[in-house]
Design a protein around this ligand. Structure first.
Ligand SMILES: *Cc1c(COP(=O)(O)O)cnc(C)c1O
Length: 214
């Protein structure tokens, strides 16, 4: 089977499992080559995600599409991230929010990363800190607050975690009614996430194959 046939079959299988209107599929191409991104683009994918800025920069320059950044943000990389990323899913502190807003030279969509357990290793802010962070984003003319992003803790039961995320998003919407998007769900759990209101899913290995790392 050619790589194209393989990617086409995997993509079709994921699309069938999504089985709901209004869900944006972001194909996470991290660790895979530009040639795969080109094939996927040709197969109709127009949203791609990357975790590292150098890698995203190269792929975004090669393949015009909507590019999403979902990796941990390092302050000194922000000036590079805003060059190629159209949407950032992993914003989780005020300094970074200010800097993204200052450095952006065009409109950038922003998801605030919610942490369910407060583990600093995995990124995200706890629910009680979301509003203050959102205020910084809303005050920045170059940023559009899209909604919330969350990766459940590894030990969590998916249905319980996604239901908590949904609840947090509903409460957040009372203060930020335009922040309607919810970025949640990866290869292993995207159907459960969609059942709990995810509007954006970030899927890598189910389409491209398993990675040895990241
Ligand atoms: C790698 C990654 C994904 C994609 O993960 P898969 O399990 O390969 O689908 C989605 N979101 C984030 C934040 C990631 O780091």
């Amino acid at each position: 089977m050619s790589r194209r046939d393989e990617l086409a079959a995997n993509l079709a299988a994921v699309q069938e499992r999504i089985n709901r209107a209004g869900v944006t599929l972001i194909v996470v191409t991290k660790t895979y080559p530009v040639s795969d991104v080109e094939i996927l683009k040709d197969l109709g994918v127009d949203n791609f995600g990357e975790n590292r800025t150098e890698e995203g920069e190269i792929k975004a320059a090669a393949v015009p599409a909507t590019w999403h950044f979902q990796g941990g943000i390092q302050s000194r990389k922000i000036k590079d991230i805003v060059q190629w990323a159209d949407v950032i899913h992993s914003l989780d502190n005020k300094e970074h929010a200010l800097k993204v807003g200052q450095r952006a030279e065009r409109p950038i969509g922003v998801f605030l990363q919610l942490s369910l357990d407060g583990d600093p290793e995995r990124g995200g802010v706890i629910e009680s800190e979301l509003s203050a962070l959102a205020e910084v984003v809303v005050a920045s003319p170059n940023l559009t607050l899209a909604g919330l992003m969350c990766v459940p803790p590894v030990s969590a039961i998916p249905a319980e975690a996604f239901s908590q995320i949904y609840g947090a998003h509903q409460r957040f919407l009372k203060d930020f009614p335009n922040a309607k998007s919810l970025s949640a769900g990866m290869s292993g759990d995207f159907e459960v996430a969609i059942d709990h209101g995810a509007t954006h899913i970030r899927v890598g290995s189910s389409i491209l194959g398993s990675r040895t790392q990241r």
